[in-house]
Design a protein around this ligand. Structure first.
Ligand SMILES: Cc1ncc(COP(=O)(O)O)c(C=O)c1O
Length: 288
């Protein structure tokens, strides 16, 4: 079966999906995106993704190309045409095509591209073994809360992790506090069994999985604290976790060369991974 993409109003074979060379996304990374997990018939927390997309577009002063309802129809149709049962849809909106000039063009139509892909969201091996992360300085721009397509620092960090045999790079700020992974939010579990993650201000992306997990934590009656934590604190924590739409909840069992806890996924992480997987599959999470 050949893959189908959605490009500016048309469903096209994936290999024929093109945007123009003067698309501002290509020239200036002038756009934003979302990655929405597909679990069976459910787009996991689609409402929160569309809300965040609207927030990113507003921040960049890019017009929203269609209503949430219309966007949802395209997402569903793309998932159907690509026969995705487990995977994700990728949505990208850029300011559009215009002669190259930094300032915004007076008249421009946003470009909307969507692709969909099958992917194992709950990888049994990653769940049972946990993952290794490295730590790197956060060199991104000042607004990582906007889900912009300007992802070069993230790509460099992920490549550095890969070269080190790790799955992710956790970034840290000037105070030595962890901000987030290159494509995930970072968490620790303390000795007092508090689940800790950084407050979502302009320093990090407010992950949709992060928000879903907060809901799951509250439902499970676990204690949750939003505060910064340092790399050193993470290394000495009994458990560490990360969340993202493409891998849900994963236990971090090694940070740089330090094993976390006994170097295996801990009970809180395993419980949260299971509860979040149930939550994602339930289709009941359509919160906005
Ligand atoms: C920098 C960053 N932080 C966190 C996340 C996790 O966000 P979400 O849970 O919405 O996938 C991502 C996902 O791509 C990301 O790129």
């Amino acid at each position: 079966m050949s893959r189908i993409a959605y490009v500016n109003g048309r469903y096209v074979p994936h290999r024929d999906g093109y945007v123009h060379i003067e698309d501002r996304g290509y020239q200036f990374a002038d756009g934003c995106y979302e990655v929405v997990a597909i679990s069976g018939d459910t787009f996991v927390d689609a409402g929160l993704h569309l809300k965040r997309l609207r927030r990113s577009l507003d921040a960049l002063k890019i017009a929203f190309p269609m209503t949430d309802a219309a966007l949802t129809v395209v997402m569903r149709e793309l998932a159907r045409r690509n026969m995705i049962r487990e995977g994700f849809v990728y949505l990208q909106i850029t300011r559009g095509v215009a002669p190259r000039d930094f300032a915004f063009p007076a008249k421009v139509k946003p470009s909307l591209v969507m692709t969909a892909r099958t992917k194992t969201l709950i990888d049994p091996r990653l769940l049972s073994d946990g993952i290794k992360v490295i730590t790197i300085p956060d060199i991104r721009w000042g607004r990582p809360d906007i889900k912009s397509v300007a992802l070069l620092p993230n790509a460099l960090g992920k490549e550095q992790a890969k070269q080190a045999g790790a799955v992710e790079a956790w970034q840290f700020d000037r105070d030595g506090n962890v901000t987030e992974g290159t494509s995930s939010n970072a968490w620790i579990v303390t000795k007092a069994c508090e689940v800790v993650t950084r407050k979502a201000n302009t320093d990090i992306l407010n992950g949709v999985t992060r928000l879903g997990l907060l809901h799951v934590i509250a439902e499970a009656g676990l204690r949750f604290v939003e505060r910064p934590f340092s790399v050193a604190e993470a290394k000495s924590a009994p458990e560490a976790l990360q969340t993202s739409s493409t891998n849900f909840v994963l236990s971090v069992v090694r940070i740089d060369d330090t094993p976390i806890g006994d170097g295996k996924p801990g009970p809180v992480g395993q419980k949260l991974a299971k509860l979040y997987a149930d939550y994602a599959a339930s289709g009941a999470q359509d919160r906005t």
